[in-house]
Design a protein around this ligand. Sequence first.
Ligand code: PA5
Length: 446
Amino acid sequence: MALKLNDKFLNGYISKEDIDTISGEVYAAQSLLNSRTGAGNDFLGWIDLPVDYDKDEFARIKDAAKRIQNSCDVFVVIGIGGSYLGARAAIEFVKSPVYNNIPGKKTPDIYFAGNSISASALNDLLKICEGRDVCVNVVSKSGTTTEPAVAFRVFRALLEQKYGKEGAKDRIFATTDKAKGTLKKFSDENGYETFVVPDDVGGRFSVLTAVGLLPIAVAGIDIDSMMKGAQDARDAYTKANIDENDCLKYVAIRNILLRKGKSLEILAAYEPAAQMLCEWWKQLYGESEGKDGKGIYPSSVIFSTDLHSLGQFIQDGTRMMFETVLDIKKSNDELLIPFDPDNVDKLNFLSGKDLDFVNHTAMLGTLFAHTDGNVPNIVLELEDRSEYSFGYLVYFFELACAISGYTLGVNPFNQPGVESYKKNMFALLGKEGYEELREELTKRIK
Ligand code: PA5
C-alpha cells in the first residue's frame, strides 16, 4: 500500500466514540456515491477511470507525447483550474519543481499559460519562446473560459506566424469536449489533433484523463504506472469498514474536526516538489466543498520554509485549524551534510547525516510542537514521489473529497460560485447581454 494514515498526532481530539458516531454518515455518503444517486451524479466518471478509460486514446496520448518531445523545445500548456493544476502538480512532484532546468533533460521545457490575466506572465513566456520550437496544448472542457481562450489566441498567432497555418496545425493539440463546444469545432475546422475531457468528469477530477496525461507524458513520466497507482487505490478503498479504509477514516476525522470548530485544513508537506500538488488539492477541496455556507477552508504550507512564516500562527494564533501532513517516506535524493573542521556554525553534530533524515526529524519535532499547540495533525504516509504513488494519492484525495462533500451535505461536483466574478467581469468589460448588470455595478463604484 503506497499510502497509510497515521492518527497518532490527533492530540485526543478524536475519540473512538466520535468515529463510531460519524461512521454511519460516512457510510451513507459512500453508498450515495456508489449508488450514483447523489447530487452531481452525472459527474462520476472519475470513479472508474483508473480501469475504465479509453485505451485507444491512451495510446494516442503516448504517441502525441513522443511527437511533441521530438518537435519542440518548449511545450506550452494553456488552461486554468482543473485544466492545468493536476498536470503541473504531477510534473513537479514526480520530476522536480525546477523540471525545466534539470541538466541534460531530454524532454521539452513545459510552461503553463492561460491561468491568469497577467500581461507580464504572457509576455515573459512569449520572450522565453523566441528562437525556440514551440508546441501548444490548449485544455478547456467548456472551450469558452476567458483566461485560456485569450492565451490561446496569443499563442495561435505566434505559431501561425512562425510556422504558417499548415505548420501550426501539427503543433497545436486541443483537449476539450468530445463533440460540442467552440474549441472542439474550431480544432476540427483547423485540423488540430484533439483529446477528450469525458462528459462525466469535471475539471478538478480530470488529472487522469488526457487533461493531465498528455503534459505528464510529454515530461517523460510513466503514465501506465500512474494509472496503476490509481487502480490500486481504487481497489484498496472499496472496503466498507472504516477501520480498514484510510480514505473513509480521513473523511471521518476531518468532518469530526470541523464539527469541533476546526474549519481550516492545512495541507503541509516537507518537499518543495509538493507545492503544486498542494495547489491542486486546494482547488479540489475548495471548489468541491466550499458552498451553501459550508466547507473546510483548504490552505497549504511547505515546511520547513513556512515554519519561518506561517509557523508562528499555526503554533500560537487563533485555534481554528488542523493539519494534514504529507510524510513522503523515501526521498528522491541523498545529500550528506559536510564536516567543517572549524565548526563555525556548531553544526558538526549533523555532519555525515543525510539531509532527508534532518528533514524528517524537523517534521517529527513540528508534529509534537503543533499538537502541543492544540492543532490536531492527520499524517498521510506516502511511500515516495514515484508516478505510482502520485496516482495512488490522487485517487485517495478525489474519493475522500467526494465522500466528504456528501457527508457535509453539498454537491461536490458543481462550482456555482465561480460564475459570480465572470458575470461581473463580462458586464464591466461591456460584453453583449450584460448591460443591466453593468449599469448596476457602475452605480456602485460612483
Ligand atoms: O474544476 C473545474 O471544473 C474548474 O476548475 C475548471 O477546470 C476550470 O474552470 C476551467 O474550465 P474549462 O476547462 O472549461 O476551461
